[in-house]
Design a protein. Structure first.
Length: 152
């Protein structure tokens, strides 16, 4: 069973790299969806199938390479958008990491994550968790668009 689940994770990462990155200025090794349980613990959701009202977390792993400024620091931020179907925006947060950019000491960030609280009013169907990660030094950006679904 361990080999089978490792294969699923590897295939998930491969499909992510092929279908998730709309631009290629920055890369990532993959992503994983999680939900919060009733105790506040994060539970991995390999199939990205959620229910109405759940808290949905998306992690991206090893994002970069970023360009250093004169002080050898790397600065970034990201915009988060949730899209239902092909076009209906249900959530948008510019500069999700805060008004000030994040400064890091390496050209690759080990992980970034975003959280979205699905409502009991959200429609059943396919959604896109759209992350636009911006290198504030070079101006490079990448858009990652993992898909997930919400059921009854």
């Amino acid at each position: 069973m361990i080999r089978f689940s490792s294969l699923i994770i590897a295939l998930s990462f491969a499909s992510f790299l092929l279908s998730c990155n709309s631009t290629n200025d920055l890369d990532t090794e993959g992503y994983m969806f999680y939900q919060l349980n009733e105790y506040g613990s994060q539970i991995q959701v390999p199939g990205a199938n959620f229910q109405k009202g759940q808290t949905i977390l998306l992690y991206l792993f090893n994002i970069g390479p970023f360009t250093a400024n004169r002080d050898m620091q790397y600065q970034l931020n990201m915009d988060v958008e949730i899209i239902h179907g092909k076009k209906k925006r249900v959530f948008l947060k510019k500069n999700y990491l805060g008004k000030e950019h994040i400064t890091y000491e390496k050209d690759t960030i080990p992980f970034l994550y975003a959280v979205w609280q699905a409502s009991s009013e959200d429609k059943v169907g396919e959604y896109t968790f759209r992350l636009c990660i911006k290198d504030k030094v070079s101006g490079n950006k990448s858009i990652f668009e993992p898909k997930f679904s919400i059921g009854e």
